[in-house]
Design a protein around this ligand. Sequence first.
Ligand code: 5GP
Ligand code: ZN
Length: 118
Amino acid sequence: MSSDCLFCKLVAEGDHVGKGNGFVAIRDINPMAETHLLVLPARHVDTFRDVGAFPDEEAGRMLRFVAETAKAAGLEDYRLLVNVGPGGGQTVFHLHWHVLGGRFDGTRIAKTLATEDA
Ligand code: 5GP
Ligand code: ZN
């Protein structure tokens, strides 16, 4: 755990909507869709670019946990989003998966996907 990392803190003491072996799901504080969850691995890895830091078995469990989180939220159709690096829209540097379902706020999504100078 990195003591100055927001998501490490939320893994330890956040309001979890789901909890698996080494992973938690929380509600995004600023939702872009009717359902907007974040899947956080307990292991601190800065960004998806470094996904190789996860042992293969743990990386596999992470994918399964993402799917279970969406299912548990009652979603059948949904989007997954991983922002990678500042140029890819990442603002919190602890790898996380956005699980987005239901009605979308199109303006927010467009803003999120736009690059700074667009
Ligand atoms: P990123 O832009 O790094 O892909 O996503 C970071 C996400 O974390 C954003 O969607 C933002 O709304 C969410 N977020 C930032 N701070 C907090 C917080 O304190 N609690 C929760 N639940 N979500 C947060
Ligand atoms: Zn962290």
